[in-house]
Write a protein that binds this ligand. Structure first.
Ligand code: CP
Ligand code: NVA
Length: 337
């Protein structure tokens, strides 16, 4: 691994890709690579010895919660999980007051929830680093894990043809579009016009691309989008909190399912398939079964054949959530040499 040039991130929050320079963002990916290597070699890396970390979750989570918990413990910190019914956040106590209280007791705060404004307010009022574990608008720790997985497979980020197919205006799509533009990818969002990213997000990506040399494409044409792709990425068609929009989403997104035909259209044998997970690729969940009964779909955003194929790196990607989240906490709160 190349020598890491260390930017000063201590004391910073991690709320969205747009708050970081390319150098800072890439540094976090390089640091995650180093921490992953140290974990595999059982080399201790207790950069947060004695710290206390609050993990606030308004929405459910498997990967993000587990990644923060294990990363805290590996770093020598104590994680405290605070679910939506455990504290008053926004119900009987304002975000501002809660932030001030938590900031007096904890050294860092993770937040997963609905409005992005909430995580910004926690960062503004707590006085400690705050890390975004997913909001309606952004999912930046996911982007770090995704790009680490890309780097592990292709050895670089710049120029990678990174195609996101599906709901083009959700948190993951926004983060990948802006993140890809930041680091200099050929980043493409392929979605029906009704689900294009907001103009503000496209403009942000385009302005970052001018600096990084990235190429930014937003299109509803599948053949054009996937040609030559190194990465095809998809996410659920209906994000948490949008469940009432199921029927219309299925109608819009059915042609955008990632299947073997789409993979073949890339013309690239070495391409990889990524998904932030959880994924609906079979009938092994009660949720998937309900969709099957109500809408007749046995697979949704990705077919089981693609999900289980050799192209699929989704479980490496899930593991990388932990290494990258660890890097974010260590860099913003630890005493790294
Ligand atoms: N990808 C992701 O954020 O997964 P969880 O919702 O399980 O945390
Ligand atoms: N877009 C999805 C991502 C889940 C990790 C959601 O917000 O539900």
């Amino acid at each position: 691994m190349s020598t890491i040039t260390k930017p000063i991130l201590k004391g910073r929050s991690f709320l969205a890709e747009r708050d970081f320079t390319k150098g800072e963002f890439v540094y976090l990916i390089d640091l995650a690579e180093k921490l992953k290597h140290e974990k595999q070699q059982r080399i201790p890396h207790r950069h947060l010895e004695g710290k206390n970390i609050a993990l606030l979750f308004e929405k459910p989570s498997t990967r993000t919660r587990c990644a923060f918990t294990v990363a805290c413990i590996d770093l020598g910190a104590h994680p405290e999980y605070l679910g939506k019914d455990d504290i008053q956040l926004g119900k009987k106590e304002s975000i501002e007051d809660t932030a001030k209280v938590l900031g007096r007791m904890f050294d860092g705060i993770e937040f997963r929830g609905f409005e992005h404004k909430k995580v910004e307010m926690l960062a503004e009022h707590s006085g400690v680093p705050v890390w975004n574990g997913l909001t309606e608008q952004w999912h930046p720790t996911q982007t770090l894990a995704d790009f680490l997985t890309v780097k592990e497979n292709f050895g670089r980020l710049e120029g990678i043809k990174f195609v996101y197919v599906g709901d083009g205006r959700n948190n993951v799509a926004n983060s990948l579009l802006v993140g890809g533009a930041l680091v200099g990818m050929d980043v493409r969002i392929c979605a029906p016009k009704e689900l294009f990213p907001e103009q503000e997000v496209i403009e942000l990506a385009e302005s970052l691309a001018k600096e990084s040399g990235a190429i930014v494409t937003v299109t509803d044409e599948i053949d054009k989008a996937v040609a030559g792709a190194d990465v095809i990425y998809t996410d659920v068609w209906v994000s948490m909190g949008e469940e009432d929009q199921f029927a219309e989403r299925i109608a819009l997104l059915a042609p955008y399912q990632v299947n073997m035909e789409m993979i073949e259209k890339t013309g690239n044998d070495q391409m990889i398939f990524l998904h932030c997970l959880p994924a609906f690729h079979d009938l092994e969940t009660s949720y998937g079964m309900e969709i099957y009964k109500n809408h007749g779909l046995a697979e949704m955003e990705v077919t089981d054949a693609v999900f289980r194929s050799s192209h699929s790196k989704v479980f490496d990607q899930a593991e990388n959530r932990m290494h990258t989240i660890k890097a974010v906490m260590a860099a913003t709160l630890g005493n790294l040499q």
